[in-house]
Write a protein that binds this ligand. Structure first.
Ligand code: ME8
Length: 523
C-alpha cells in the first residue's frame, strides 16, 4: 500500500483578495504534492482560510458587512485562485465550519486537562495585522516614535482578563525537539532563529480575548473567544476529523509537512508543538518556512499601490509559465523578486526555447519524415549516453532535490537534461542525416522521443497542464506518467506495440511577448 503523505499550506486571512504571496505558497505546495504523487505516495493536501480574529472583525466593520459575509466572499476568491492556478487540494478548510469549532474546543479541553490553561490578566503589546503578541524588547521604533512589531506592523497596548497557556513550561522539551529532529524546522536559518527565540526564555501565552466575540468560544467560559492562532493552527487536525477516531486521522496524522511563510514560523514551530505536547497529540514531522515574493524588492501592500492580482499574471502569461517562474526563479526558502518581464524572460528562455522548441521540432520531424511511426531502432553509443544523462536528471537528481524541497535545484537538474538533448540534436544533426543516412536519422529522433518522454514526466508537477498535453501527443498512457514508469524499461516496447502514430504536434509552450512597460529596464 502506498505510504501516506499529508501536506498543508497556511490558511490565509480572507480579509482581502489573494496576492502573489498566497499564489506562491499554494503553487509550491501543489508542486510538492504532485511530486509526491508522482513518487507513488498517497497524498492528502489541505489548504483553506483563517476566518476569525480581530483583523477580520475590523475589516468587516470598515466595510459595513459581517465578518462571516466578508469571509464568505473572500474565501471564494482563494478557492478560485486554486482552481485557476491548477492547485489540486483535497480539503479546503474554513475555520468558521462547525466541525472546526468542535475540534478546537476539544484541543483546548485537553490542554486544560493537562493543567496548562489558567486565568490571568494580559498587559502587553498586540499587533492586529500579525494577530500576534510581542514582548517590548522585540519592538522597533517607527516614524514619530511609534512602536512597531518586528514585522513593521503597528502594535497597541492591550489590557485584558484572559486565559493563558503555560508555554514557559515547554522550553526544554521544544529545544530537545529541535536538537533531536533537526529536520523539524527548515530551512536551517529559520531553525536557528527559532532556537534563539526559545533559548531566550518563553513567556506564557494569552490565548483568549473578551473585547470582541468573533472566534471560537472557550469551553466553559463563553464570554471568551480563543486567540485566533489557537484556532487557526488546529485546522490541520480538523480536516482529518479530529477529535474523532477517524480512518483519516489514523492514516494521515502526523502531517509530513506544514508549508508556511517565514513570518509565521514562530507560531508553527513553537506554539503549535507546545499545544500538541500539552494535548498529547503527536507532532508534525516538518515545518518549512519559505521566503517572500517581493515586487521589485518591496513587499506588496495596498498603501504602496503595488498589489498584483496573481490571476492577472496567470491570464497574461499562462498558468504553467507562472508556476514555472515561481518555482524556478529563487532558491526555495529565500526571498525572491518578480516582475512581469522576469516571468516572460524565464518562461521564454527555458520553457519555450530550450524545452518547448525541442519537443516541437522533434515531434514534427517524426511526423513529417517517419509518418509519426514509433518503432524499434538500433541504438548507438551517443544515444545510450544521452538517455543515461536524461534518466539520471529525471529519475535521480530531480526526485532527490524535490524530496529535499530544493525545488529550484530540481528544476535546474531537469534543465541539464534538456540541455543535453539540445546538444545531442546539434551534434547528431538529424536534418543532415535525412539526406545522408535516413535510418540513423530515425534512431536519433526516436532516442529524442524517449528522452522527451522522461523529461516531460519529471517536470509535470511544475507544469501539469502543458506536460499532460505533451504526454497525450506522445501517446503515453495515463497510468504510465510517474516515477515508477520512468524506471520501467518495458515502456518503449509497449509504446511500439500500441502502434499509435504521432500526429502533427501542437505547441504546448507559447513564446510570450515581453510586456512593453518593462522593456527599457530589461534591455
Ligand atoms: O499568516 N510571499 O495568513 P496570511 C510569500 N492566517 N508568502 C507570503 C507573502 C509573500 N509576499 N505574504 C504572505 C496568515 N505570505 C495566517 C496563517 S496558518 C495556521 C495561519 C504567506 O493570509 C504567509 O507567510 O497573512 C503565510 O504562510 C500565507 O502566505 C498566508 O498569509
Amino acid at each position: 500500500m502506498a505510504e501516506p503523505y499529508y501536506i498543508t499550506t497556511a490558511i490565509s486571512y480572507p480579509n482581502g483578495r489573494p496576492h502573489i504571496g498566497h499564489a506562491y505558497e499554494a503553487v509550491a505546495a501543489d508542486v510538492i504534492a504532485r511530486f509526491q504523487r508522482l513518487a507513488g505516495r498517497d497524498v492528502r493536501f489541505q489548504t483553506g482560510t483563517d476566518e476569525h480574529g480581530l483583523k477580520m472583525a475590523q475589516k468587516a466593520r470598515d466595510l459595513g458587512v459581517t465578518p462571516k459575509q466578508l469571509a464568505d466572499e473572500m474565501s471564494s476568491y482563494f478557492i478560485e485562485m486554486c482552481d485557476v492556478l491548477n492547485v489540486r487540494y483535497d480539503v479546503f478548510l474554513r475555520t468558521t465550519e462547525a466541525r472546526h469549532h468542535a475540534s478546537t474546543q476539544e484541543l483546548w479541553r485537553r490542554m486544560a486537562v493537562s493543567g496548562d490553561i489558567y486565568p490571568d490578566r494580559y498587559e502587553g503589546w498586540y499587533s492586529i495585522r500579525d494577530e500576534a503578541y510581542y514582548d517590548a524588547s522585540e519592538l522597533i521604533d517607527g516614524e514619530g516614535g511609534q512602536k512597531l512589531s518586528p514585522q513593521g506592523t503597528p502594535v497597541e497596548w492591550t489590557v485584558e482578563e484572559s486565559w493563558f497557556f503555560r508555554l514557559s513550561a515547554y522550553g526544554e522539551r521544544l529545544l530537545a525537539l529541535y536538537r533531536d529532529h533537526p529536520e523539524f524546522i527548515q530551512p536551517e536559518s529559520r531553525r536557528n532563529e527559532v532556537m534563539r527565540f526559545v533559548e531566550s526564555g518563553l513567556r506564557d501565552l494569552s490565548v483568549s480575548r473578551t473585547s470582541f466575540d468573533w472566534g471560537v468560544k472557550v469551553p466553559g467560559s463563553e464570554d471568551h473567544v480563543m486567540y485566533v492562532w489557537v484556532d487557526a493552527l488546529t485546522n490541520y487536525l480538523t480536516g482529518l476529523g479530529f477529535p474523532d477516531d477517524t480512518p483519516e486521522f489514523a492514516k494521515w496524522w502526523p502531517a509530513d509537512l506544514h508549508l508556511i511563510g517565514k513570518d509565521i514560523v514562530r507560531f508553527h514551530a513553537v506554539y503549535w508543538p507546545a499545544f500538541l505536547m500539552s494535548a498529547n497529540v503527536p507532532l508534525p514531522k516538518q515545518v518549512f518556512g519559505h521566503g517572500f515574493m517581493l515586487n521589485k524588492g518591496r513587499k506588496e501592500s495596498k498603501s504602496l499601490g503595488n498589489v498584483t492580482d496573481p490571476l492577472d499574471l496567470a491570464r497574461s502569461f499562462g498558468v504553467d509559465a507562472l508556476r514555472y517562474f515561481l518555482m524556478r526563479e529563487v532558491v526555495f526558502g529565500q526571498d525572491g523578486n518578480y516582475t512581469p518581464a522576469a516571468i516572460v524572460t524565464r518562461a521564454n528562455a527555458e520553457l519555450a526555447n530550450s524545452y518547448g522548441n525541442l519537443v516541437q521540432r522533434i515531434c514534427s520531424m517524426i511526423f513529417k519524415n517517419m509518418e509519426g511511426e514509433i518503432k524499434s531502432f538500433p541504438i548507438a553509443e551517443p544515444d545510450t549516453r544521452l538517455l543515461a544523462q536524461v534518466r539520471s536528471a529525471c529519475a535521480v537528481e530531480l526526485p532527490r532535490e524535490f524530496s529535499a524541497l530544493n525545488l529550484s535545484g530540481g528544476i535546474e537538474a531537469w534543465m541539464r537534461g534538456v540541455f543535453a538533448c539540445n546538444q545531442y540534436v546539434d551534434e547528431q544533426a538529424p536534418w543532415t542525416l535525412k539526406k545522408t543516412d535516413p535510418a540513423r536519422m530515425e534512431a536519433v529522433l526516436l532516442t529524442l522521443f524517449k528522452a522527451i518522454r522522461d523529461l516531460t514526466i519529471a517536470i509535470s508537477p511544475v507544469v501539469p497542464a502543458a506536460a499532460a498535453k505533451v504526454l497525450d501527443q506522445l501517446g503515453i498512457p495515463d497510468g504510465e506518467r510517474d516515477l515508477a514508469a520512468l524506471a520501467d524499461e518495458g515502456w518503449y516496447a509497449r509504446r511500439v506495440a500500441a502502434g499509435i502514430a504521432l500526429g502533427q504536434p501542437e505547441g504546448a509552450f507559447p513564446r510570450l511577448d515581453v510586456p512593453p512597460e518593462e522593456e527599457p529596464a530589461e534591455a
